[in-house]
Design a protein around this ligand. Sequence first.
Ligand code: AMP
Ligand code: MG
Ligand code: MG
Length: 320
Amino acid sequence: MASSHTVLMRLVASAYSIAQKAGTIVRCVIAEGDLDIVQKTSATDLQTKADRLVQMSICSSLARKFPKLTIIGEEDLPPGEVDQELIEDGQWEEILKQPCPSQYQAIKEEDLVVWVDPLDGTKEYTEGLLDNVTVLIGIAYEGKAIAGIINQPYYNYQNNEKEKHRNDAKAGPDAVLGRTIWGVLGLGAFGFQLKEAPAGKHIITTTRSHSNKLVNDCISAMNPDTVLRVGGAGNKIIQLIEGKASAYVFASAGCKKWDTCAPEVILHAVGGKLTDIHGNALKYNKEVKHMNSAGVLAALRNYEYYASHVPESVKSALIP
Ligand code: AMP
Ligand code: MG
Ligand code: MG
């Protein structure tokens, strides 16, 4: 029987359940104690067993239900059978109760591109900075990021020592540990309490493990009151929507489309703005190059202040 729900809302509802399963896998790998770390391009570009298992889980679960989607995942994995235990078939019913924005009602499965970062903040994950870690599923249509899901597997872990390293496959939406944030442009973003950073203060959040002179020059030019250096693109967007930071500034290549797609939607859905360092919108067509070569600039409010303070020297060093 044909579903009465649109492809987009069915996809978001499924991706929500899949992201929750991903969070469970991320916690399981830590609990089992063997991260099996592989170095990719450098000592700060790592892959763990969790990155691999979660990518297999997300991409296979999505492809089974939505075979015509284009799915682009961060990790380069050999093809092969995926363990049935990694497949998630559920869909989050609360999402199916929401209306699909009219401009997306006619979207077909083959028109959508899904960008998957199975584990964002891997360097921090390997160092035990667990609340920096997120799972990112971003959905794009006609080159634009329109829907996104962020699971934060260790949300609350420092507030609840007992729940730390919880390894409970049944951990559901009411579990104290972990949360899932989701959003669709034109509908809104859910799963967190929107809060603005203190007005008049420039609290800048940036990379913890991929800094360089350009990154620091750009931040200095913005007269920061505070600079927060934390891991993860997902984590930094969460800081913006929860009032912990006023801007996310990363004047460097290094971030990829799977890092920005889902976070961008959540920020845009609540009225914020994310661009490259020149102020250009990021593109998410399947043909696009993966690297965000011209960095990232994002704010919930007051974006123009930060955009107008990017030095020309920084702009000319970062070619889109
Ligand atoms: P960060 O803010 O350093 O946590 O970076 C956000 C995302 O971009 C993470 O997924 C990083 O792995 C990725 N990233 C940023 N810079 C680099 C880099 N120089 N090499 C590899 N990945 C990077
Ligand atoms: Mg990432
Ligand atoms: Mg990753």
